[in-house]
Design a protein around this ligand. Structure first.
Ligand SMILES: *Cc1c(COP(=O)(O)O)cnc(C)c1O
Length: 221
């Protein structure tokens, strides 16, 4: 079942687009099923839940953190997390840098952009984000690599609006690489698209989709 869903998605992905299977709130047994079908990248959004699953499940899983991350919890995931999608403040970036260095690691990070209409979503504005990148401070932060941009579209059925949000993020990504040549090498990831909108996201430049309910079914909260 879960394995069939994974294969169904993988078949439709253009070359170069990867799937992060969002397993938050789903039991380790379902993650193991997806793993057995060949899936290796999983996304979680709560530190404690991720800790428990990471300890139980195979070592070659690439764990992605996709939820709002509190600074005081970075230390728990720093030893093993392979990508943090949801970096929404410079303070958080500084903490990730510090914790990564304790483990002799460089943790790839995506800067989360706020492009959606809702006010409650976390993330940088394009202006804030560009202003910080222009300082080149990241060049003095060997514990992090600015690996790309992440966003969530407005929660709506309006395809035009969703497309516009993704397009804003994609243009910003291209603009960063053009304006800051030091980023061109490391910055390669565009993370957008969930169960309801990933086909549009791919058309609008995504190369890492984060799909949960389509694979694992509805979550129990
Ligand atoms: C839960 C979640 C997803 C997956 O959403 P689905 O609609 O279940 O595919 C993707 N990204 C983030 C940041 C999430 O929190």
């Amino acid at each position: 079942m879960v394995g069939d869903r994974i294969k169904e998605i993988i078949q439709t992905l253009p070359p170069g687009v990867k799937l992060c299977a969002v397993s938050k709130y789903h039991p380790s047994s379902l993650i193991q099923e997806a793993y057995d079908a060949g899936q290796r990248i999983f996304g979680e959004s709560h530190v404690q839940e991720l800790q428990q699953k990471q300890a139980l499940l195979p070592n070659d899983i690439e764990w992605h953190f996709i939820g709002h991350l509190q600074t005081n919890k970075v230390k728990y995931i720093a030893p093993y997390v392979s990508l943090i999608h949801s970096v929404d403040s410079i303070r958080l970036l500084n903490e990730i840098n510090k914790q990564a260095l304790k483990h002799n690691r460089t943790i790839p990070c995506l800067l989360q952009l706020h492009v959606a209409e809702e006010e409650t979503k976390f993330g940088f504005s394009t202006e804030e984000c560009m202003a910080w990148l222009q300082t080149r401070e990241f060049l003095n932060m060997p514990g992090i690599a600015i690996a790309g941009i992440m966003c969530m579209a407005t929660n709506t059925d309006d395809e035009v609006r969703i497309r516009k949000d993704f397009n804003t993020a994609h243009n910003f990504y291209l603009q960063c690489k053009a304006a800051i040549p030091e980023l061109a090498q490391t910055m390669t990831i565009c993370s957008w698209g969930m169960s309801g909108d990933y086909p549009i996201a791919i058309e609008e430049g995504s190369n890492l989709i984060r799909v949960g309910s389509f694979i694992f079914g509805e979550r129990e909260y």
